[in-house]
Design a protein around this ligand. Structure first.
Ligand SMILES: NC(=O)C1=CN([C@@H]2O[C@H](COP(=O)(O)OP(=O)(O)OC[C@H]3O[C@@H](n4cnc5c(N)ncnc54)[C@H](O)[C@@H]3O)[C@@H](O)[C@H]2O)C=CC1
Ligand SMILES: O=C(O)C(=O)COP(=O)(O)O
Length: 526
């Protein structure tokens, strides 16, 4: 059945065309309220949004089929990412499609502040011709302080350089090389506050950046500074800014984003030196076409081909990588599941070693699959996306190692689960037929495929066991499909991994457990 996507915000029609072209069914319903959305979200595999739709934990509870949320834009602060991750929902954005447009809006607001364009327009159209009222300031030679010099901040910075401004940037993650490349001076925040004639903000809203322009920091600014915020409401303390505008410490401010949106009332509204736009940063036809096309392509690629790009909660997998990765994902998940089904004590650690060619694949994705396999026997609805977060919440340590090829195989994965009582290792590879194989259990060599119904037995390596085991199964009407054996040394520990047709009745398993020399008998399902 074709996957179904709901577009719940106003997106360029380019998205619909792409979804249809790729064989994805699409419904367009912008402007639903949260209850209406909650009612229908259960029908969809994908949800395409901008900033209006709030993807809350509560909404996600109703989203029983949902596999992906696609944000046609950058900020994903309207999506509860931990809740999406916990439910195995990929959240992806389009990190570059609207950056130029948003930086241009910041520059537009800078000009609007410098020449008081909105007020001058209003007055002129009211027939006042107040030529003397609107004395502006020149930008050339002024200092532009950029807080957050990532994709958008660095575009705004280079535009500032183009306007012959001196550009300084505060961004702890900006390298000196990158700063030199875009022609900005990297400075500390206090230095920026003291020197900038214009400040433009371009960070995400985080615990560190919330109120980065607090009352205290506004007091450190150069008197007469002008402030532009096209990033996120909450980066500037709105009440403190109002006071700073009233006192004249800040000569003007232009905001596109607000603590509360839609902003219907705000402490800044009505101040003569304040300019507001209604979150228009990304609103150009070019940017909207870019992000709509990109989100539709990314979501279709994921829903149809399993390729993942720009996910904020999962590593990227290209459409070329996806088919190569798929059998190894099945292997990792199978190995994890094998260990998980045999583990009945709290897990302390899962270690996964990748030897040879497999180490060059996206091992983060393989590790997630392995952990999902380990956890699923005890937690039904864990999946590849949610598994690492679920493991972390249970205090399970995850260890990954990559190594050169160790033995006979081009690629080999070994998964080791540690509990208080014991450590259990299982290893395998993918053969050229694309089928994952189990090749070692507890260091004992074996060769078996993962099949839906299996019996795993550990026993003493003594003559007669195999005959007794096979006749018990035969007498009980359990048909053996394949039989794999291994042992560590003659007369030592032996294992048998038997694929059977159909489920194994628990009474039969109990009888197997009672056979002479048997240490453990378990039924496994894959
Ligand atoms: N108004 C609008 O319509 C739009 C707003 N945005 C917003 O613009 C903001 C920036 O977007 P991008 O440039 O694409 O993000 P980005 O991730 O490329 O850049 C953010 C920069 O902030 C820096 N940063 C992080 N913590 C910091 C801190 N404590 N102090 C100083 N710098 C810090 C990072 O190092 C990074 O360089 C985001 O909040 C995004 O949501 C994006 C598009 C449209
Ligand atoms: O991309 C972003 O982060 C934005 O803030 C743009 O928001 P929008 O898509 O215009 O609702």
């Amino acid at each position: 059945m074709a996957p179904r996507v709901l577009i719940s915000d106003k997106l360029s029609p380019a998205a619909v065309a792409i979804f249809k072209e790729r064989g994805v069914e699409v419904d367009v319903k912008p402007g639903l309220d949260k209850d209406e959305l909650a009612k229908i979200i259960g029908d969809y595999d994908g949800l395409a949004i901008r900033s209006n739709t709030k993807v809350t934990a509560k909404l996600l509870e109703q989203a029983t089929k949902l596999k992906v949320v696609g944000r046609a834009g950058i900020g994903v602060d309207n999506v509860d990412i931990p809740a999406a991750t916990a439910r195995g929902v990929i959240v992806m954005n389009t990190p570059f499609g609207n950056s130029i447009t948003t930086a241009e809006h910041a520059i537009a607001l800078m000009f609007a502040l410098a020449r008081q364009l909105p007020a001058a327009d209003l007055s002129t159209q009211a027939g006042k011709w107040e030529k003397n009222r609107f004395m502006g300031v020149e930008l050339t030679g002024k200092t532009l302080g950029v807080i957050g010099c990532g994709n958008i901040g660095s575009i705004a910075a280079t535009r500032g350089v183009g306007l012959k401004m001196r550009v300084i940037a505060y961004d702890p993650f900006l390298s000196l090389e990158r700063a030199a490349e875009i022609g900005v001076e990297k400075v500390e925040l206090d230095d920026l506050l003291a020197r900038a004639d214009f400040i433009t903000l371009h960070t995400p809203l985080t615990a560190q950046t919330k109120n980065i322009l607090s009352a205290e920091n506004l007091a450190k600014t150069k008197k007469g500074v002008r402030i532009i915020n096209c990033a996120r409401g909450g980066l500037v303390d709105e009440a403190a800014l109002r006071a700073a505008l009233d006192s004249g410490q800040v000569a003007g401010a232009a905001f596109d984003v607000f603590v509360e949106e839609p902003a219907k009332a705000n402490p800044l509204f009505g101040h003569p030196n304040f300019i507001a736009t209604p979150h228009l940063g990304a609103s150009t036809s070019e940017a909207q076409e870019n992000v709509a096309l990109q989100v539709a392509e990314q979501m279709s690629d994921y829903l149809i081909r399993g390729a993942i790009s720009n996910a904020v909660n999962f590593p990227s997998i290209t459409a070329e990588e996806a088919p190569k990765l798929r059998p190894f994902i099945a292997l990792a998940e199978g190995l994890g599941s094998f260990a998980g089904q045999l583990t009945h004590a709290p897990i302390e650690k899962v270690a996964i070693a990748y030897d040879g060619a497999v180490a060059d694949l996206k091992i983060k994705a393989l590790t997630s699959a392995a952990i999902a396999g380990v956890l699923r026997p005890s937690l039904q609805d864990v999946n590849v996306v949610s598994a690492p977060a679920v493991a972390a919440s249970r205090g399970i340590v995850i260890e990954e190692v990559t190594r050169a090829a160790q033995g006979d195989y081009e690629s080999f994965i070994t998964l080791t689960v540690t509990t208080k009582e014991q450590t259990r290792s299982i290893g395998g590879t993918v053969f050229h037929d694309g089928k994952p194989r189990i090749l070692s259990i507890k260091g004992i060599k074996i060769d078996a495929e993962f099949t839906p119904s299996m019996i795993y037995v550990t026993n003493e390596d003594k003559p007669g066991f195999i005959g007794r085991f096979a006749s018990l199964l035969g007498d009980a009407g359990v048909n053996i499909a394949t039989f794999a054996l291994g042992r560590d040394e003659q007369g030592g520990s032996a294992i048998a991994l038997v694929a059977v047709d159909g489920p194994v009745p628990s009474a039969v398993l109990e009888e197997v457990g009672k056979l002479k020399g048997v240490r453990q008998a378990s039924a496994l399902h894959f």
